[in-house]
Design a protein around this ligand. Structure first.
Ligand code: C2O
Ligand code: CU
Length: 532
């Protein structure tokens, strides 16, 4: 009974998928006059009707195209990239911010409660689909790899923004191709605001700065170099020797003598940053993946692994004009004995990949900050940032027997509980009940003879923000586990317990390692939320 139920629902989703794909092919005739007051004729002919007779009335209606492009990244030749471009059909034009000198996609800004329509058009010569990382959306809107569309096709997204205010993002999610596509430039921020956030009174406009951190490697012609595809390089993940911020090398942020909200996203394929101020003062953290913390916390350093976000309060009101500092990445060991031994092994025994010039855990500067202007603007750090309901782990249906996930390696292949990704595959222990709360335990504790092959793994759940209940193992500093999370880093030897509330949205979602090369090689699984 249980199994049949699952199959039926999955089949149901497939027909819906067919519908969405067809809807993406709609003809001009389906656009009726007056349906979108602001849709101009030229817009309509450039982006033919993605819309059929649906009752969804969007507050924001956006076309998002993934296409080949070229940008000036380094002096000299332009760099070939893939890039998202957006066009607004309905809604305030300022809700989509293109970054002029960058390969990154536009920043999309939405408010909680708004209805968003995004007509994604794939114009890259590869299959693709868009995932809204961190957003709580129905399964069909989540960008599962089985919904990939080939070049020339469209996919229609319609969802309500249910998330708290925070820094979310979007990127491709085709199976086996997420790493290279993100690397080519396909990624963008999705910022959500809400009334609670606005009531706190944080720095806004030019004082609210998004900073996407990534690493890249260029050939002498300024073209992007990705991994060779060799198994050993996949095992570590791609590591570049240029640290980019918002798609730019040697990034400098000019600031005024006042307070800033810095929103950091690690959009790298596999590099982990151990963030700190160069001048040694502690980082003041105000938010993480799922928005603002309850109150600010100070840390001497914080790990930021691929997919994670961090919001920092930075106040330069005491600094003179001309003052310079940096956000740096401190050197660290990628995992006690295990990780480093593996990387050393790779350098000596494996291919001398170029990526070894800046291994994971190396120290470097990420970007510079220069105090350039004096302003009279006093803004104290709010001591109360948001409301976060207390953790009630005993509400979990499996309080006494948490679901167990082991991050392991098998036959030179990273896996979860010994399994690798299969498009439609859900194991019995990957089915949860809609309406239940569960504790999930992830173990990066290795096992058996493979313990020396341990590596850090950032674990990401689709569709849900969760809470970290408990972390144990070797490294207790450098994490901000206090708030809402959708991606958590597990260093080798660590074990973590999270509390997930499957309160709504049935269907199939992913959980995976956000080291994109690990994900692409199959360190990813489906979980299924079953309705009664
Ligand atoms: Cu940002 Cu499935 O990932
Ligand atoms: Cu991993």
């Amino acid at each position: 009974m249980k199994k049949q139920n699952t199959t039926r629902e999955i089949a149901g989703e497939n027909s819906r998928r067919q519908f969405l794909k067809l809807a993406g092919y709609g003809t001009l005739g389906l656009i009726t006059g007056g349906f979108w007051p602001r849709l101009t004729h030229s817009a309509a002919s450039e982006y033919p009707g993605t819309i059929s007779k649906t009752e969804f009335l969007p507050d924001l209606d956006i076309s998002l195209v993934a296409q080949p492009d070229e940008v000036a990244v380094l002096p000299g030749k332009l760099t070939q990239v893939w890039r998202y471009h957006a066009m607004m059909h309905k809604g305030d034009k300022n809700r989509v911010i293109e970054l002029p000198r960058s390969y990154l996609g536009p920043i999309i800004k939405a408010n909680k409660g708004e209805k968003i329509r995004i007509r994604f058009k794939n114009q890259i010569p590869d299959e693709s689909i868009v995932h809204w990382h961190g957003l709580h959306v129905p399964a069909i809107m989540d960008g599962h790899p089985r919904y990939v569309i080939p070049q020339g096709e469209s996919y229609l997204y319609e969802f309500e923004v249910k998330n708290r205010a925070g820094t979310y993002w979007y990127h491709p999610h085709p199976h086996g191709r997420t790493g290279p596509q993100v690397y080519q430039g396909l990624a963008g921020l999705f910022l959500v605001s809400d009334e609670q956030e606005q009531a706190v009174g944080l720095p806004d406009n030019e004082y609210d700065v998004p900073l996407v951190i990534q690493d890249r490697m260029f050939d002498p012609d300024n073209q992007l170099v990705y991994t060779s595809g060799h198994r050993m390089e996949q095992m570590t993940g791609f590591l570049g020797d240029w640290i980019m911020v918002n798609g730019m090398p040697d990034f400098i942020l000019p600031v005024s003598t006042c307070a800033y909200r810095l929103r950091l996203l690690n959009g790298s394929n596999s590099r982990i940053y151990k963030l700190a101020w160069k001048d040694g003062r502690p980082l003041t953290i105000i938010g993480t993946d799922g928005g603002l913390l309850e109150m600010p916390v100070n840390r001497q350093y914080v790990f930021l692994s691929p997919g994670e976000r961090l919001e920092i309060w930075a106040d330069f009101s005491d600094s003179p004009v001309g003052f310079e500092t940096s956000i740096i990445s401190l050197p660290f060991d990628t995992g006690g004995m295990g990780g480093s031994r593996m990387e050393r092994g790779m350098v000596m025994g494996g291919r001398m990949g170029q990526s070894q010039s800046l291994p994971n855990g190396a120290g470097f500067s990420i970007f510079k900050i220069k105090v350039a202007k004096h302003v009279k603007k006093i803004q104290p750090l709010p001591q109360k940032l948001s409301e976060i309901r207390p953790l009630k782990q005993d509400e979990a249906v499996n309080f006494f027997r948490p679901r167990q996930f082991y991050l392991t390696m098998r036959h030179m292949q990273w896996s979860i509980n010994g399994r690798v990704f299969q498009m439609e595959d859900v194991a019995d222990d990957e089915i949860v009940q809609l309406g239940s709360k569960e504790i999930w335990e992830f173990n990066n504790t290795g096992g058996g003879m493979m313990h020396m092959m341990n590596m850090p793994h950032p674990i990401h759940l689709h569709g849900k923000q969760f809470r970290v209940i408990e972390r144990s193992g070797v490294m207790h500093n450098g994490y901000v586990d206090e708030g809402w999370k959708d991606t958590v880093l597990l260093m080798p030897g660590e074990r973590i317990r999270i509390l997930v509330d499957f309160d709504d949205y049935p269907g199939m979602f992913l959980y995976h390692c956000h080291n994109l090369e690990h994900e692409d090689m199959g360190m990813m699984r489906n979980y299924f939320v079953r309705e009664q």
